[in-house]
Design a protein around this ligand. Structure first.
Ligand SMILES: Nc1nc2c(ncn2[C@@H]2O[C@H](COP(=O)(O)OP(=O)(O)OP(=O)(O)O)[C@@H](O)[C@H]2O)c(=O)[nH]1
Length: 312
């Protein structure tokens, strides 16, 4: 096995599907509240989540859905902590997290309501890195009475940002969603898929669980915590509709351990509660979750450790 740093991007060369090289890429969906991000995400991925990762880099991101259409695999990532309402130091930190997520993806979908662009939209647009392929989705087209009025608006949008594509559509119309896949496909790099096509498996549920704990961990500790902190699932027992899960958060320094545990264990408790609630929702099962924090200095340094944490 070759040595792989967990945060180093690497990719496998494409194989072929029906004579076409496989494509795979990360996509973020951003926009102010209520523009239709969840509606679009659901229409794009449906119920299918496939989460057996072949690529270490994706563990940095919370994967919200995967959809494979012919030779192309679309991997949707979450942008945690998106906050545009109030400018305070915490939100600035969260926005840095958003920016770092956006700089890693292959395409950003920027959603607005067709014919509208307000301050709240402008704040989101400002977080999108220059030069990153960005598609303007003018959503809720069905609510626009006079389509002709959209032309000058689209022109004004063109002046605001160097968008790669302009897609007026309705996230509630399947034909529009199908067309969007075709528009996005050329933006996905030609490489091997990161995920298998099959449905949730036991292993993928475990992966999802560690990802959810990791997301709560980073969200509740802010960006004081280095990205090398990781989550290992130690125990996974299924008894009917009950999951008993034990997991260890592995950090590099004692100081990080203190940061995670918090005063009188409050923060760790909160990480555990939020992770448990989300897991229960996703797995439609009752979950008992035990969390531990361990210090392992320089864990990322050896191949042995990488293997034991699943970076194979
Ligand atoms: N008419 C119409 N309504 C839509 C469309 N897409 C979404 N909506 C509606 O817009 C509202 C907000 O949609 P969401 O998908 O929850 O928006 P969101 O951006 O995820 O919202 P936040 O979670 O607040 O950020 C819902 O009532 C949707 O049904 C569309 O294409 N046309």
């Amino acid at each position: 096995m070759t040595h792989v740093e967990p945060d180093q991007p690497f990719s496998l060369p494409p194989s072929e599907v029906d004579g076409q090289p496989t494509r795979c890429g990360l996509i973020a969906i951003v926009g102010r509240p209520n523009v239709g991000k969840s509606t679009l995400m659901n229409a794009l991925v449906g119920q299918k989540i496939s989460i057996t990762s072949k690529k270490a880099q994706t563990t940095r991101h919370r994967i919200t859905g995967v959809r494979t259409v012919d030779e192309a695999q679309f991997v949707f990532v979450d942008t945690p902590g998106f906050q545009v309402k109030h400018a305070n130091p915490l939100n600035r930190t969260l926005n840095r997290t958003v920016q770092s997520t956006l700089s890693d993806v292959d395409i950003v979908l920027f959603l607005v309501e067709a014919g509208r662009f307000g301050m709240d939209d402008a704040k989101v647009l400002a977080l999108i890195p220059e030069g990153k392929p960005c598609v303007l989705i003018a959503n809720k087209l069905d609510t626009v009475q006079r389509r002709a009025d959209l032309l000058p608006w689209l022109k004004s949008m063109q002046e605001r940002h160097a968008f790669s594509e302009f897609v007026p559509m309705s996230a509630q119309k399947q034909a529009d969603v199908d067309r969007l896949f075709a528009i996005l496909k050329p933006y996905l790099p030609q490489q091997e898929w990161f995920y298998d096509e099959d449905a949730l498996t036991d292993r993928s549920e475990k992966f999802l669980a560690s990802e959810i704990i990791r997301e709560k961990l980073f969200r509740l500790t802010g960006d004081e915590l280095p990205y090398t902190s990781t989550v290992v699932i130690d125990k996974w027992d299924e008894e009917g509709a009950l999951r008993r899960i034990a997991a260890t958060i592995v950090v590099e320094r004692d100081a990080h351990k203190g940061m995670i545990i918090g005063e009188k264990g409050e923060r760790l408790k909160r990480i555990g509660t939020e992770a448990r609630q989300e897991l229960e929702r996703l797995m439609e099962a009752k979950v008992f979750l035990e969390l531990f924090v361990k210090v392992r200095s320089g864990w990322a340094a050896t191949e042995e450790h990488l293997r034991s944490y699943g970076y194979e």
